[in-house]
Design a protein around this ligand. Structure first.
Ligand SMILES: Cc1cc2nc3c(=O)[nH]c(=O)nc-3n(C[C@H](O)[C@H](O)[C@H](O)COP(=O)(O)OP(=O)(O)OC[C@H]3O[C@@H](n4cnc5c(N)ncnc54)[C@H](O)[C@@H]3O)c2cc1C
Length: 296
């Protein structure tokens, strides 16, 4: 059965809820993840996205996770796809395969350098920018809804936010239906990004991406890679919690919950949860989302 294009799900009075998983490395971990995703069903996520490893390293596992989530759990899925290490022909094969299986959503990304390289390298007969991939998908299957990445604190390689937003506008003009943002911890950064995007007539829905902090060490590694900043106040709370992992978890959930409540009250069209494959964390945040979104 074909899936629903996410572009058809946006509505003025009901923000969307989505959650992201990454494909686990082993069969056992994949099985455990599939067992735990049942817990999420009561919160009715509007879609579930599945990441794609650098260099296509998780290609088969990404496909396996997408198929299980779609067939066994009947979620509306957004598979991610990157340009890393793939020629146009290979990308066309993957896109056509997804389409024939019934997928109607793709998150189109350039991707990062694989582990053994310092920076992104354009594959032979491949694409240099996500905007090229967007245009390519649109040409092959105009009815696929395409999501693209946006960066409230700019992409790490971009010289400034204005330049990065001009490139974001190119992705939208190429056919993207919506933008999902990189994680951020200060909603002020998102609101500034939206104001600047508005000035460039970027008018597709922007879904803010929220990641709860589960460990100070882990979040410092993630933010150093993706260019997001950790507010001093949040870092202070986390330092106070020290090695008490349950306390850190509570601080992370509380911060993320407050971000979500504020975003819904500000009228954002949805929230995307980077739940780090932790269904316990995802259910707490989804519950907070529903409680706020369904307030009369
Ligand atoms: C929501 C989300 C999901 C993600 N999922 C994955 C995933 O599943 N797998 C994965 O490997 N990575 C994923 N990433 C990370 C992403 O691949 C990296 O951030 C990557 O470095 C950039 O990808 P992009 O699609 O934003 O690239 P682009 O939009 O191509 O931008 C990359 C850089 O190039 C610049 N640029 C764009 N167009 C031009 C142009 N025409 N001329 C000059 N410069 C230009 C941009 O300003 C930016 O600095 C995700 C990121 C986000 C926010």
């Amino acid at each position: 059965m074909s899936q629903t294009p996410i572009s058809q799900l946006f509505s003025a009075d009901k923000p969307l809820l989505s959650v992201e998983f990454f494909p686990p490395k082993t069969d056992e971990a994949l099985e455990a993840l599939m067992d735990s995703v049942d817990d999420l069903a009561i919160y009715q996520p509007d879609f579930v996205s599945v990441t794609y490893g650098a260099g296509g390293s998780t290609r088969d596992r990404s496909a396996q996770a997408c198929n299980l989530l779609r067939e066994d759990h009947e979620y509306n899925i957004m598979p991610h796809l990157t340009c890393v290490g793939a020629s146009r022909d290979e990308l066309a094969q993957t896109i056509n395969g997804l389409y024939e299986t019934g997928y109607r959503n793709i998150m189109a990304l350039r991707g990062d350098a694989p582990k053994d390289a310092d920076s992104f390298v354009v594959a032979k007969d491949g694409f240099a920018h996500a905007s090229d991939l967007v245009a390519f998908i649109k040409e092959l299957h105009p009815d696929i809804a395409i999501g693209v990445a946006g960066y409230p604190e700019k992409h790490p390689e971009a010289p400034d936010l204005a330049t990065d937003l001009r490139h974001l506008k190119t992705k939208v003009d190429a056919g993207a239906s919506f933008i999902t943002t990189q994680l951020f911890f200060d909603n002020g950064d998102l609101y500034r990004f939206l104001d600047e995007a508005d000035k460039l007539d970027i008018s597709v829905p922007v879904i803010p991406g929220i990641m709860p902090v589960m460990s100070l060490k882990q979040i410092k590694r993630i933010t150093s890679m993706c260019g997001a900043s950790l507010p001093a106040e949040l870092e202070k709370h986390l330092n106070t919690a020290g090695d008490d992992s349950e306390r850190v978890r509570q601080i992370g959930i509380r911060w993320a919950t407050e971000q979500i409540q504020d975003l819904i009250e500000a009228g954002l069209p949805g929230v995307h949860l980077y739940a780090l494959n932790r269904s316990d964390v995802a259910t707490e945040l989804m519950s907070a989302f529903r409680a706020t979104a369904e307030q009369p």
